[in-house]
Structure formats: structure tokens, C-alpha cells
Design a binder for this molecule. Sequence first.
Ligand SMILES: Cc1cc2nc3c(=O)[nH]c(=O)nc-3n(C[C@H](O)[C@H](O)[C@H](O)COP(=O)(O)OP(=O)(O)OC[C@H]3O[C@@H](n4cnc5c(N)ncnc54)[C@H](O)[C@@H]3O)c2cc1C
Length: 382
Amino acid sequence: MNEDAPFDLAIVGGGFAGLAAARAAALRGLRVAVLEAKSEIGVRLHTTGIFVREAADAYDIPLALSRRVTRVRLYGPSRQTLDLEGPGYYFLTTDTAAVLRWLAEEAMRAGAHLRTRCRLESAVREGSLWRLRAGGEAITARYLLGADGARSPTSKMLGLTPNRRFIAGVEREYPEPGLLDPDYLHCVLDSRTAPGYIAWAAVSPIGAQVGLAVSDGRRPKIDAFTREAEMIFRLDPQRARERRAGLIPCGGVVKRWSLPGAMLVGDAAGMVSPLTGGGIHPALSLGRRAGQAIADHLRAGAVLPEKTVAAALPNYGLKLLMRRALDTAPPNWLFDLALSTAPMAVLARKVFFHNTAASPVADPSPAGVLALEQDERATTLP
Ligand SMILES: Cc1cc2nc3c(=O)[nH]c(=O)nc-3n(C[C@H](O)[C@H](O)[C@H](O)COP(=O)(O)OP(=O)(O)OC[C@H]3O[C@@H](n4cnc5c(N)ncnc54)[C@H](O)[C@@H]3O)c2cc1C
């Protein structure tokens, strides 16, 4: 990169939010640099990579990189089940590394410059320009977008508000799905296994994924659950491969996520559903909105981009309350009781399938809860 030619926009982080922002801004004529710390896009994943329908529809995720799943099987502490589906609704399990590489190619096709092994080391504002040091190089840019995840270094360097509350998730991948029913997202509601969240299993285009997440202050204990899943679904423990693990911000949008000439987006700003931990849809949609708004501001003098993004933010109010309730890890007898009652079936349908007129097929799951992500404004429950 030529340090003498300033970029219009420097984006820190080549994840969902950064790549969506890069493509949108480059398409609107900005000279964009994406600075990614990893050696390649899509390595060392820390996400299950399940897309809710809205994200899948909006981004035209290639069929070859995804699998459509239309049902959710919810397992209680005693492993009783409740099957749910919503007419027309679906989730996509994905070959997540390939989806991220595809998003990167789309951003580059739009004209964005992508640099890997390019960790942001410092950011200083001088006049109207940001002077950045990343991957050992000097880079200048008019606007700085921090899309660098839950522990955002950009946020720290700019003195913005950090995420303080997290859900911790860990997952194993298997190359073969065994007996796992591919038509369902399998979600386990059990405070012993996954206190404060859920455990899950799903078939993806590249095998099976089994994982769990726990609320703040707890450690995810994956071994007992994978042993159970391996036994029930005949997954081969010898062939368990990549481990995906990470933190999901669950305290809602941070207080201060912008300053003149810079903002945070995606996980960096806490733009993640506090209840479900679903963050791909907000990362893509708000990332794109940020890219568009920065371009409109820099090229056409439109309103400050952070105002445009603020107007598009979901209202996480009720979900934050529900997160506090889940953080207490309700006793298992309560889950058992709830799963056998009609109101729980109604609630679970709303959580997993939103406003679609979902119906129980026969009986909550990790991916199912992620459905809350979509259209947060329209749905009453989240
Ligand atoms: C175990 C787990 C499972 C999940 N499953 C789902 C799911 O199924 N569906 C869903 O919707 N959400 C899920 N989430 C949440 C979802 O993954 C995140 O909300 C989403 O990835 C956020 O995207 P992002 O682009 O904001 O951040 P990230 O995906 O974290 O991307 C940030 C990027 O910034 C880079 N970076 C960091 N620091 C620097 C630096 N100093 N310089 C340069 N680059 C840097 C990182 O390498 C990374 O590539 C899950 C999260 C976890 C932890």
C-alpha cells in the first residue's frame, strides 16, 4: 500500500461487518482498504456461521456454500423434544470459511483493497486524516471503521466504550454428519449443559457442528456434551476437527461507538442480539449501511454516517431483559415444565421463527434462537 495516497476509508477487520462495509463503500466510489490481522480470510473461525433467512435473502449466499434447514428440534433437560417449523422460514448452515472468502472476493471485485497479516497497531488523528500503523506499514485514511470484533482493538485505541458482557461459545466440527437429522437445527435447553444459553448440533455443507455457549462468568464445558452427541448421533470422535471458540457481546450496543471521522460496527460495537447471540445478520446489514453512509457523507456531504447507522440500529430492550433472566441459568425442572406446556411452544415458535405463522411439528436450539436476529423492530417478542 502506498502511504502517500490516502484511502477514503480504512476498515479494521475482514469479518462479516468489515467485508459488507467494504463492498458497499467501494461500489459507491470510495477508495477502501480492509486491514485484517489473520493470514487469510476465513481461517480460525469463531462462529457457527448459521444465517437467518433475512441475512440469507439479502446477501444471496451461493447455494453451493450453504444448506437450507427449515425446522428446529428443541431438547429439554430430560431430552424430551419439541419440533418447530415456520412456513417459508429457513436457516442456512454454511461452509463459513468459504462464505467469508466469497464476501472478500465480492468486496475486492467492487474495488476494495484487502490486506491480510495486517494487524492494526496504532491510530492517530492528524487534522482531517487518520494515520494508521498496520502490519508494519503506514496507512492514511479520511474515515476509520472499526469492524474488529468483540474485543475490538480499534475501540481501545480510540477510547470508545468496550463490550463488557459476553456469552462464551465453543464448538467442534465433524467431517461426517452421522445420524444427525439434517432437516433440523438441534437445540438443547439445559442449565447443566449450557447455563445461560443453549447447546446445539447441526449439519452443514461440510459435515456436522456440535457446540454450546454459556453466559457471563461461566466456562463452557464442551467435552461432556460432545460425548453425548457423538454417542447419540454416531459422530466419530477420532475425526473431530477444527474447534471454533469465541466471545459474543451480549450487553447491547455500547454507549460510545463513534467519534468524528470514525465509528465501530458489528461485534465491536455490541451490535449483536443480547438474547440469542446472533450477530451475522446485524454485522452484514449494519456493516453495509455504514459503508453506504460513509460514502454518501464523504462524496456527497450527506449527514454524518454515524447518524445514519444509529437510525438503523435494532431496539434490543426486551432482549436485554430476557438475557438477564437467562443469565440466572433457570433450574432444569422449569425448562422441563415449560417444554411440556402450550405457552412455551408458542414462545419458542416466536423466538425461532418470528412473525411467521410457525407451527409445532411434534416440540428450544442454538441456531433456532438466532432467528431472533432478524427484523428486530418488527417482531414483538425480541
Ligand atoms: C461460538 C460462536 C458461534 C456463533 N454462531 C453464530 C451463528 O451461528 N449465527 C450468527 O448470526 N452469529 C453467531 N455468532 C456471532 C457472530 O459470529 C458474530 O456476531 C459475527 O461474527 C460478528 O461479525 P464481525 O464482522 O462484527 O466480527 P468478527 O467476525 O469477529 O470479525 C472481526 C475481524 O477483525 C479481525 N481483527 C481483530 N483485531 C484486529 C486488528 N487489530 N487488526 C486487524 N484485524 C483485526 C479479526 O481477525 C476478524 O477477522 C457466534 C459467535 C460465537 C463466538
